[in-house]
Design a protein around this ligand. Sequence first.
Ligand SMILES: [Zn+2]
Length: 167
Amino acid sequence: MTVPPDHPDHPDQAHSAAARTAAAGEAETDWQRQWAAHRRDHRRLRADRPLMLSLWRGMRRRCPRCGQPGLMIRYLQPTPACADCGESFSGIRTDDFAPWLSILVIGHLLIPAVISVERLWEPPLWLHLLVFGLIGAEMVLSVLPRAKGAALGLMWALGLRGDEQQY
Ligand SMILES: [Zn+2]
């Protein structure tokens, strides 16, 4: 099979492209090639794994890839692999991401409520502890697995495993 003369792979085209680059003083460096490859991989990953959709599916304890339920096999234990699409989640370690996220969310809801109640009615301390202790415990129980799912979905979408090193 012959390469058409206007195709970039044609020797004439390749030569003229290289000559143009050299003439303009824009020789592609290793760094530029690596950066272009990185950008390409990143675009491919984003197209395959949309960030917000994966996060949303994870938060509802659904598989971030196919959206089917069953991301968690126990309260806080994710399934090693999706039963529907077979995507593996066993390599992803969320560590303390889920508790951190839960504290962030619950703290911002509970603390203003505690302060407001104190200002409005000034109830005794034991009543504060009883009421907000129970509400807080209930909130943690319901938020924590969703936070874990959201963390899993987000890390899956970003291609993170939880053992990354920063150099
Ligand atoms: Zn799936």
